[in-house]
Design a protein around this ligand. Structure first.
Ligand code: G6Q
Length: 545
């Protein structure tokens, strides 16, 4: 573990407090007026992603101090520890080695006596062979028909990555196949995902690291019933189910041939697993070559994060800016607005990545933190958000830093749509930063009583991320960028970004309550009075005709 002093005692932190008191009130208008070159200087680029961070409430001095904070917090050492496979996930005593999932076969990384890169490539070869068979039609269903529909059954990290990647890379997908995703234990999710599909053309990928998650096992069982009832034989299961898991025993107990199981390892966290075998649906959709491209994009950003100087390091800069706003400006949330329809599930994916990772209130050594940690992440694709919640970002009372993600080329160019879309990226960043003054509003002939309503204070910070076009490689780099930004934040806050104990209590309580809802006889309830009353009310409503 890195021995850095508690956050508030770090020299750079204290210097940042003073610095914030001095510059916290300076506006972006002033900063740009005093420094016309900042729009060119406060930028960074890696792996085809250009980051403009000039419209942040920072100066060169802010960045210098933030970088010092990263160094004093042991970021270079902790980063090295992650890449070396040390057990940086202290509460679960595990490595967090998602970076090994995208290392080229020529590399090697020995962890706890095993070369994990060899293991990774063994599974990738198995995935490639299987995806190839499904895509070519050589893998047939029980009645001999080729597979046309893929349904991934999983939840949390075993769902959000695959859904996001499928949507993001749909342009590259096999359009003769249908891809659907079931995550919610709400039977509606299953019913709608299977609606209109023929079981003999459908393959279920049961994705569960533990193969013990109630929601996934319940949906998997319903999928099994659906297949067996349509095809009339238990023997159909072997042709219509494969599993992605670390738990061979439970996979076999479910009735899936472990020859059709794709493994991964305890050092891959659920929310860091879309590029492991959990990405099997992605590989079937876009093909093994495109999947390799995506992995190459991840790896290239890993290498950038590992080797680029901190001051020119995209994930480091983005992570430090989150710390700057969350801890010094008390910003509660970060908006992420992709201006690309294919990235419509990217904010949902990022919510898990960021909030499950950094929603922690104790340090690595178990002391309660006395500073804010992970922000609430949220977002929607632009320009839809502009016609809905952007109002609050522009004129509300809360400070919300926003990432605007744009591309110079559309994958589906039609007339001038794309320039209109992109003009909004630049216009929003401009409007949020510089707003509109009282004088400007008045000069437009606005009636005096309306003037205050039309004033836009500006000074709302944004990062603009600009790339050429959305490709599998670019997606890999973009996801890795956010992964390492999360890591940077967690390192400054000295928290464990790789565990998720907070989701356990609710799961345990639900397991206790489910039989009380199901039982025919009135159960004896011993919860708090609110929970007891809700359960009784539910049972009465459920029994009504
Ligand atoms: C992610 C979390 C969590 C997990 C799901 C599904 O980091 O651990 O979201 O992915 O609970 O778990 P299984 O894959 O084990 O079913």
């Amino acid at each position: 573990m890195i021995a850095a002093p508690p956050l508030r005692e770090r020299k750079a932190w204290q210097a940042l407090e003073h610095h914030h008191a001095e510059i916290g009130r300076r506006t972006l208008r002033e900063l740009f007026a005093a420094d016309p070159e900042r729009g060119e200087r406060l930028t960074a680029e890696a792996e085809g992603i250009y980051l403009d961070y000039s419209k942040h409430r920072i100066t060169d001095e802010t960045m210098r101090l933030l970088i010092e904070l990263a160094e004093e917090s042991g970021l270079p050492q902790r980063r090295a520890a992650m890449f070396a496979g040390e057990h940086i996930n202290v509460s679960e005593d595990r490595a967090a080695l998602h970076v090994a999932l995208r290392m080229p076969a020529t590399e090697s990384l020995v962890v706890d006596g095993t070369d994990v890169v060899t293991e990774v490539h063994k599974v990738l070869r198995q995935m490639r062979a299987f995806a190839g068979k499904v895509r070519s039609g050589t893998w047939t269903g029980y009645t001999g028909k080729r597979i046309r529909n893929i349904i991934n059954v999983g939840i949390g990290g075993s769902d959000l990555g695959p859904v996001m990647a499928y949507e993001a890379l749909r342009y590259y997908s096999d359009r003769d196949m249908t891809f659907r995703f079931v995550s919610n234990v709400d039977s509606t999710d299953f019913a709608e995902a299977t609606r209109g599909l023929a079981a003999d053309e459908t393959l279920f990928i049961i994705s569960s690291k533990t193969f013990g998650t109630l929601e996934t096992l319940t949906n998997a069982q319903s999928a099994r019933d659906w297949v067996v009832s349509q095809l009339g034989s238990e023997d159909a299961v072997a042709r219509h189910f494969v599993a992605v898991s670390t738990n061979a025993e439970k996979v076999a107990a479910f009735g899936i041939d472990t020859a059709n199981m794709f493994g991964f390892w305890d050092w891959v966290g659920g929310r860091y697993s879309m590029d492991s075998a959990i990405g099997l649906s992605t590989m079937i959709a876009i093909g093994p070559d495109n999947f390799d491209e995506m992995l190459a994009g991840f790896h290239a950003m890993d290498e950038h994060f590992r080797h680029a100087p901190l001051a020119a390091n995209l994930p480091v800069i983005m992570g430090l800016l989150c710390v700057w706003y969350g801890d010094f400006f008390d910003a509660q949330t970060v908006g992420v607005m992709p201006y690309d329809q294919y990235l419509k599930r990217f904010p949902a994916y990022l919510q898990q990545l960021t909030m499950e990772s950094n929603g922690k209130h104790v340090t690595l050594t178990g002391e309660r933190v006395d500073y804010p940690t992970g922000a609430v992440f949220w977002g929607e694709p632009g320009t839809n958000g502009q016609h809905s919640f952007y109002q609050l970002i522009h004129q509300g009372t809360r400070l919300i830093p926003v990432d605007l993600i744009g591309f110079a080329q559309s994958l589906n160019p039609i007339r001038n749509h794309h320039d209109i879309l992109s003009s909004n990226v630049f216009a929003q960043a401009q409007a949020l930063a510089f707003g509109k003054t009282e004088e400007e509003v008045r000069a437009e002939g606005t009636p005096e009583h309306v003037v205050p309503h039309r004033v836009m204070e500006g000074n709302r910070p944004t990062s603009v991320l600009l790339a050429k076009v959305l490709t599998p490689r670019l997606l890999g780099s973009l996801v890795a960028l956010y992964e390492h930004s999360v890591f940077t934040q967690g390192t400054i806050w000295q928290i464990d970004s790789f565990d998720q104990w907070g989701v356990e209590l609710g799961k345990a309580l639900a397991n206790q309550i489910a039989p009380e809802l199901e039982s025919a006889a009135e159960p004896e309830l011993s919860h708090d009075s609110s929970t007891n009353t809700l359960i009784r009310r539910y049972r009465r409503l459920k029994a009504m005709s």
